[in-house]
Design a protein around this ligand. Structure first.
Ligand SMILES: Cc1cc2nc3c(=O)[nH]c(=O)nc-3n(C[C@H](O)[C@H](O)[C@H](O)COP(=O)(O)OP(=O)(O)OC[C@H]3O[C@@H](n4cnc5c(N)ncnc54)[C@H](O)[C@@H]3O)c2cc1C
Length: 439
């Protein structure tokens, strides 16, 4: 059996893990990143992401106006209904202020305001999207001399004075005794059995919007080692996605963006809600929850609605008449006609009148769950006595429920991941150094 002892092992090569690895390496630690995915699919869910939320006290070259820590915290407390650890949240919010400069130092570029970008005082957008960020961070990690193992999974953990961990890599179990472990292995949303236990039968219809490698194995290991849980099982961020999309990793491509332009009904023809009530982009989350509660549904559009809606990735199902559309969808034609008549009778901007008619089958798409481990302000994993474990750190989605017990704010996932990753990486390197000084 091979026993290795780098200063810091980072489990998970998503954006939190990469931030931790770079920060730890720059602080002088030797670092090994174990990433479960193969190289082409590495990087976790940041591959699908586009913007992040940043505190700033005045206009910057990326964002107009100001978004200070009080306003950021108030937004967070509002959406979480108070389910946030204030001290940890403030640490992350303050750390968000210099994320643009830190990322720029890793070779990441941002989009400048103007052009077709929606002006945003609270979030900034990456040039080239999240995939470009992941690629730049892997390049920076390599330049610094961080060792990266792909298709390498954390499969065992014993929390002692020094953590003993097992990484399955290339068909071999490697036992490692690092000075510190940073668990940055994402959430558990790709474990369908776990989802069924927490969300009930509705989970069988979920599409998992992100990586299939977030199986929650590391989270299970931390909980088994005594970590305090954060958030609540059975809570998650759900949006409406095209039910014909892939079960995993559909990203933002299959999200249904046409809801405000049509009529959303369940398979019995019952309207789910007011489609045009909330044209803000945040309406996606409401529809995900409705689809989870009410069962799968279909969005019906007419030719005018289709023309006004953003072009979807998957071609809608079309028919020249409503009866033909009902037949193609396996719906009762009378129920569809009645739903359409009631919808049109209500007035409002949208009407379903002009053929050809189109339909998009929808199902709930799970972005992440609100469940993980508790951390303290240095991202140490809190153990049963409430104290942070000396050598066990957590960053990103695996600890996000510490500050995001429910709800969501656009761009917050990446902010939590990068800020917590940097803090965890620096603290893990420091812990490792103090261990070296003792021995
Ligand atoms: C479709 C989609 C769009 C999004 N858009 C945005 C956005 O625009 N802005 C925003 O702020 N947030 C967005 N998010 C959320 C954001 O992507 C995540 O919050 C963030 O990427 C989490 O980063 P992470 O590194 O903590 O976890 P992840 O990205 O989940 O990465 C975890 C990594 O750990 C690896 N891993 C898992 N288990 C193990 C193990 N046992 N051993 C070793 N490795 C393991 C996985 O392969 C993965 O690479 C989006 C999410 C999705 C799904």
């Amino acid at each position: 059996m091979t026993i290795l002892a780098p200063d810091v092992v980072v489990a998970g090569g998503g954006i939190a893990g990469l931030s931790a690895a770079i920060a730890a390496r720059r602080a002088g630690a030797s670092v090994l990143v174990a990433e479960a995915a193969p190289q082409a699919l590495r990087g976790g869910n940041a591959r699908h992401a586009r913007n992040l939320r940043l505190m700033h006290d005045g206009p910057t070259d990326l964002m107009p106006g100001a978004y200070d820590e009080a306003e950021f915290l108030a937004d967070l407390e509002r959406v979480t209904e108070g389910e946030t650890d204030r001290a940890v949240a403030l640490r992350l919010i303050r750390a968000s202020a210099d994320i643009p400069a830190w990322l720029a130092g890793c070779g990441v570029s941002f989009q400048r305001p103007g052009g077709s970008l929606p002006p945003s005082r609270k979030t900034a957008y990456f040039l080239g999207g999240g995939k470009a960020v992941v690629n730049a961070l892997y390049q920076e990690a390599a330049r610094l001399g961080v060792t990266v193992w792909h298709e390498a999974e954390l499969v065992d953990l014993t929390a002692e004075r020094e953590p003993a961990i097992v990484i399955a890599y290339g068909g071999e179990p490697y036992t490692l005794r690092p000075g510190a472990l940073v668990a940055a292995a994402g959430g558990h949303q790709a474990d369908l059995d776990w989802l069924r236990r927490d969300f009930g039968p509705a989970a069988a219809r979920f599409a998992i919007r992100g990586t299939p490698f977030d199986t929650g194995r590391a989270l299970r290991l931390l909980l088994a080692a005594g970590a305090r849980p954060a958030g609540a099982p059975g809570r998650g961020h759900l949006v409406a996605v095209d039910a014909r999309g892939p079960r995993f990793d559909g990203g933002i491509v299959t999200r249904v963006e046409a809801i405000p332009f049509g009529l959303a009904i369940d398979r019995a023809g019952n309207r789910l809600d007011d489609e045009a009530a909330d044209p803000a982009r945040t309406h996606f989350a409401k529809w995900g929850r409705l689809l989870a509660e009410r069962g799968d549904a279909v969005l019906i559009l007419d030719a005018e609605g289709e023309r006004r809606a953003p072009v979807p990735a998957l071609e809608p199902i079309r028919a020249a008449t409503l009866d033909d559309l009902a037949a193609r969808l396996g719906l009762d034609a009378g129920a569809l006609r009645a739903a359409m008549a009631a919808f049109n009778a209500k007035g409002g901007a949208a009407r379903i009148a002009t053929p050809p008619f189109a339909a998009i089958p929808m199902c709930p798409g799970l972005t992440f769950t609100h469940f993980g481990v508790e951390v303290d302000e240095t991202m140490r994993v809190r153990m049963p006595d409430g104290e942070g474990a000396a050598n066990l750190f957590a960053a990103g989605a695996i600890m996000a429920a510490s500050v995001l017990g429910r709800g969501y704010l656009a761009g917050l996932g990446l902010t939590i991941a990068i800020a917590s990753g940097r803090i965890a990486g620096e603290a893990a390197a420091q812990h490792s150094r103090s261990r070296d000084a003792r021995t």
